[in-house]
Design a protein around this ligand. Sequence first.
Ligand code: ADP
Length: 259
Amino acid sequence: SQRIRVNEGREDEIGRLVKTLNSLLDRLENSFYRQKQFNADVSHELKTPISVIKAQIEEAIDSEKKLTSDQKNILLTIKKQIDQMNQLVSQMLLLAKVDGKNIKPDKEEFDLNVVVDAVIEEMNNLASEKNISIKKEIREGQEFRMKADLSLITQLLLNLIDNALKYSKNSGKIKIILTKLDGFYRLNIIDDGIGIAEEDLDDIFKRFYRVDKSRSREYGGTGLGLSICSWIVKIHGGEINVKSSLKKGSNFEILLPEE
Ligand code: ADP
C-alpha cells in the first residue's frame, strides 16, 4: 500500500499545518490497519466454534431414529445457516489475505484440465440435486500445463461453478470450455440460468454486492465470491469478464497466462 504524505520542512504556519495533516494521515492509516487485522482475527477465531457446532449438528441429524420430523427439520435449518456462516468466515479470511501487502501467488506446475475435472467431480453432488449437467469441452489431446497458485485456481473454479449452479433452474445445463491460446488459457463457464441485468454487470465483482438481496437469501451465498475471483485472476496477471442476459444465462470468461 502507498503512504500518502505531504512534504514537510517549512517552519511557518503552513509547515505546522502540514505536520498536523501528516500525523492525522498516520493515525488514519494505523486505524485502517487495525480494522483489517481485527477482521482477520475475528474470522480466524470463529472458525473453530463453527466447525464444532457443524460437527455436532451433523451427528445429531445422523442419529435419525431418535428424532421427530419437526426436530430433524429444525436441525437441517440450523445446519444450512451454519454452512452459510462457515462460507462467509472462510471468504473473509481470504479477503483479509487480499488486503495484506504484496500478496504473490504461490506457484506450482499443474494441468489446468485435470483441476477442472476435479472441481467438476466435487460439484457433481450439488449438480445432481438440481438435475443439472456439467459438460466440459476441450480439444482432445491438448495439454494445459500451467504455473499458478493451485489452491487459488481451485477456489476460483469452485466459486464460478458454484454460482453457475446456484443461479440456474432445475435441469439446467452448464458448459465449461477450455481453450489453449498463445501463451495463455481461456476458460468459459457458461450457464443457461437466470442471467444478470445489464445495469448490474459492473457491480457484481464488488465486495458484498448481490443483484437481488431478497432473492439471494433463498440462494445462499455471501456476495464475496466474485470479488475473490477477480482478485485471484488479477494477481495471476489474468482477466475476468462476463457476458450475460436476463433469463437466458451467463458466460464468465477467464484468461490466465501459462505462467
Ligand atoms: P454470491 O455469494 O451472492 O453468489 P458472488 O460475488 O459470487 O456472491 O456474486 C455476486 C452476485 O452476482 C450474486 O449475488 C448474483 O446476483 C450474481 N451472479 C453471480 N454469478 C451469477 C450467475 N452465474 N448467474 C446469475 N447471476 C450471478
